[in-house]
Design a protein around this ligand. Structure first.
Ligand SMILES: [Zn+2]
Length: 198
């Protein structure tokens, strides 16, 4: 029996606000972009709290192809360090107006299309549901070569840790022991992630 797969963004709904006042340089959008993306990487769904590496602003259509979109808020994606490095200037069609060619291309994570192209399996691995999804997994972001499963696990552990922290004063001895075990497991996972430059 096949288990139900998960959204890459979990419970976060990413949506860029409209009517944003034009700003230059584009770095000035960071605060609102971060809010609109719910403090997670638009591409891999990694939460900021997993890593010490600062998140960045990616240009969805690369600036080398569309320099006029450099300060265009609708073209910006809140991205983790590693996703931004993997994507760099990739744009399969080579034409800013053509998003997909031969099934290859990137899907904007701030649209409903993202869920139609990519999902997570129950372990947290990224799964391409379409040819564009597979392109992003294998080439665009090389999710298949990165520790996506461990990142997902770390996010679940951090969530659990926060739940325990909220009621730390009321924890029994056994629960406090669990809390310690979770904290240690988390440290170990995060160590692994940083070794892999995530
Ligand atoms: Zn990412």
């Amino acid at each position: 029996m096949r288990n139900k797969n998960l959204r890459v963004h979990g419970i976060t709904k990413i949506s860029r606000r409209i009517d944003v006042e034009h700003m230059h340089p584009y770095g000035k959008y960071l605060g609102i972009l971060r809010e609109d993306f719910g403090h997670i990487c638009g591409y891999c769904g990694k939460s900021e709290v997993v890593t010490k590496n600062a998140f960045e602003i990616d240009h969805f259509v690369p600036t080398r192809l569309a320099p006029e979109k450099e300060d265009d808020y609708s073209n910006l994606v809140y991205a983790c360090y590693e996703c931004n490095r993997k994507k760099t200037g990739k744009w399969p069609s080579g034409d800013k107006n053509i998003q997909f060619v031969d099934g290859k291309g990137f899907v904007d994570p701030a649209t409903d299309e993202y869920d139609k192209n990519l999902e997570r399996d129950e372990d947290g691995n990224m799964v391409g549901k379409t040819s564009a999804g597979k392109y992003m997994v294998e080439i665009g972001f090389e999710f298949n070569k990165r520790p996506m499963k461990e990142i997902y696990k770390a996010m679940l552990l951090i969530e659990k840790k926060h739940q325990l922290e909220e009621k730390i004063k009321t924890l029994s001895g056994e629960e406090q022991q669990q809390y310690m075990e979770f904290s240690i497991a988390l440290e170990q996972f995060q160590q692994t992630l940083f070794e892999n430059k995530e």
